[in-house]
Design a protein around this ligand. Structure first.
Ligand code: SAH
Length: 345
């Protein structure tokens, strides 16, 4: 439900201001439709049902993992694909991974979403509707903007969504925005009143290697990104989570770990090592390599954990969010890589 459209529609209908809040609270608490809103007059409910779609997203498909993870594929009114994931942890946490864009304009070489065509920024209503979809079945308590897209390139709508999330059950402190290091966005989040957590996708401490993995590093080099994260910490006093995807023989040696430890101040950063879900050009590092990498970071006093992989069996794991029509086979990607290599040589 688009809360802004809801407010303007109710205002046009000459309704008192509390109505919008009333209707929105029903939606935020997981109502299945307007019919349930028993304290809203029936005639008004009918008018709303035509003027303000209960959801801006059409559910196309839902997949259920054996580990309890659920992935939903939606379509927007103009035919764009959007995916979102619910992760249910053993400790009872229900965490949502939301998309901020359909596709992504950045072309990180290891990411499946990065390989698909960029569609457009999602509206706040479309981002909220991903959350409301799951809220209709489960209570939810955490949100990470780690689905499709770069949230900092659509920050107005992402922040508008964050403002509405507490009503859905997710406090700002339990909301995290993950970025490739889009400096203007980090700066805005630093100025923002909401105590939202910042997560940085880092993946290589060496500028050259990072540029290979994430071309955006040429625009916003890591040294400048880290300076922006440090200002965020100075103002917010909240640790920044670093995401580091473990790519076999690419960024996973003990030397890479030492380089990472050199650039990260342990009071400011905590590292989350992500087992890579092979979606294309790279292989994931073996468990033992990830463990060794983690040990080197810890020797340098840097806290590091290895991310639990959830929903692999339904293509819902990190970086796998990419719609069926855009999925490329391994062979196609290998051919593409060979072509890129030829062009580069
Ligand atoms: N654009 C933002 C938000 C997307 S988050 C960002 O990059 O932070 C997606 C996270 O999943 C990023 O940390 C990304 O590096 C990671 N990721 C992408 N593809 C992956 C894959 N195949 N396996 C594991 N992690 C992946």
């Amino acid at each position: 439900m688009d809360p802004v459209l809801l407010e303007s529609t109710l205002a046009q209908l000459g309704q008192p201001a509390f109505r919008a809040r009333q209707v929105w609270e029903w939606a935020a608490r997981g109502a299945q439709g307007y019919a349930e809103m028993s304290n809203v007059p029936a005639a008004l409910r009918d008018e709303l049902a035509t003027a303000v779609p209960f959801s801006s997203l059409e559910l196309v498909q839902e997949a259920f993992s054996t580990d309890g993870t659920v992935k939903a594929l939606f379509r927007t009114h103009d035919g764009r694909s959007v995916e979102a994931v619910l992760m249910r942890y053993h400790d009872g946490r229900h965490s949502l991974c939301l998309s901020s864009q359909s596709g992504c304009p950045l072309t990180c070489t290891f990411c499946a979403t990065g390989a698909m065509k960029f569609g457009r920024n999602l509206t706040a209503g479309e981002i909220l509707d991903q959350a409301l979809h799951f809220r209709r079945e489960h209570e939810v308590d955490h949100v990470v903007f780690m689905g499709m897209g770069e949230p900092m390139m659509n920050l107005d709508n992402v922040l508008e969504t964050c403002r509405r999330l507490p009503a859905v059950g997710v406090t700002h402190r339990r909301t995290a925005i993950s970025t490739v290091g889009w400096i203007p966005g980090i700066e805005r989040l630093t100025e923002e009143d909401m105590p939202i957590r910042l997560a940085l996708s880092l993946h290589a401490a060496d500028e050259q290697l990072r540029s290979q993995l994430m071309p955006v590093n040429d625009r916003y080099p890591l040294s400048e990104v880290l300076a922006a994260c440090e200002r965020f910490y100075a103002v917010k006093r909240r640790q920044v989570f670093v995401e580091y995807v473990m790519l076999r023989d690419v960024n996973d040696s003990a030397l890479h770990a030492r380089q990472l430890a050199e650039v990260l101040d342990p009071t400011i950063y905590k590292v989350n090592l992500i087992p890579y879900n092979p979606t294309g050009m790279y292989d994931g590092s073996p468990r033992a390599t990830i463990e060794r990498f983690r040990a080197v970071l810890e020797e340098h006093g840097l806290r590091a954990t290895v991310r639990l992989t959830m929903g692999r069996d339904i293509d819902a794991a990190c970086g796998q969010l990419k719609t069926a029509s855009e999925k490329k086979s391994r062979a196609e990607l290998d051919a593409l890589r060979a072509k890129v290599d030829r062009l580069g040589s």
